[in-house]
Design a protein. Structure first.
Length: 232
């Protein structure tokens, strides 16, 4: 539901899904701190008590928002691809889902094993890792780091590049760049030479693509040299 249409939800249409989508729209536009039971009730034209039928408190609402981030996951598998490529598809689908609501990506990590779609996503990742030859404990550790690092990519991007005001964003980037240029060159020559690259992220697709590539490449380097017979 877009922010422009957020006030058009009729009380008779009010349900758990509508409230969660409404909360996500507020967070998308104004940040997670703007999401309150009182604000939701006001925008939806109901009393706060009406929302407590769906959520016992704000924490329950935030949990539901975190669960909603996994809606539509995991993607349909392509079993003919190498395990690394299938794993990349899983992580790529997760980042795409989270990038739709970057201001609430922080809610995803604690909910990944507590909703059906998150569990299915984790199950798919574990299956690929086991078939690639990782032992149970290794697969669990790799899957944990894989999913949490993917979530962290979106969180970091939202925090660093999330200013929706183009003029203010350009000003912030300029100030960061000037701060790096102003460092003592005898102490920070590499920071100075990399100032433009470190403060520019104009190509988000490249940012996420490279981040995911690094994740998958790192996993491949710790893969057991020879998969066990039952895992081949």
């Amino acid at each position: 539901m877009s922010t422009r249409k957020i006030n058009e939800v009729a009380p008779l249409q009010l349900n758990r899904k509508a409230v969660v989508c409404h909360a996500l729209a507020i967070a998308d536009a104004e940040g997670l701190a703007a999401v309150t039971i009182r604000r939701l009730a006001q925008d939806l034209g109901v009393t706060p008590m009406a929302l407590y039928w769906h959520f016992s408190n704000k924490e329950a609402l935030l949990d539901a928002m975190g669960d909603e981030l996994f809606d539509g996951l995991p993607p349909d598998p392509h079993p003919w691809l190498p395990w690394q490529e299938q794993l990349r598809e899983l992580v790529g689908a997760l980042t795409v889902a989270l990038r739709a609501h970057p201001n609430v990506a922080v809610l995803a990590a604690p909910r990944v094993l507590l909703n059906e779609e998150g569990r299915q996503l984790t199950e798919a990742a574990l299956e690929l890792l086991r078939l690639a030859g990782f032992a149970v404990e290794q697969a669990a550790e790799v899957a944990r780091h894989l999913l949490r690092t993917a979530i962290s990519l979106v969180i970091e991007q939202a925090v660093t590049w999330g200013n929706s005001d183009p003029d203010q964003f350009a000003k912030d980037i300029g100030l960061k760049r000037l701060a790096l240029y102003g460092l003592p060159p005898d102490r920070f020559p590499r920071l100075i030479e990399a100032a433009d690259a470190l403060t520019d992220c104009s190509d988000e697709e490249a940012f996420y693509g490279f981040g995911i590539d690094l994740l998958i490449a790192g996993i491949a380097t710790v893969r057991p040299e020879a998969p066990t017979p039952e895992m081949r």
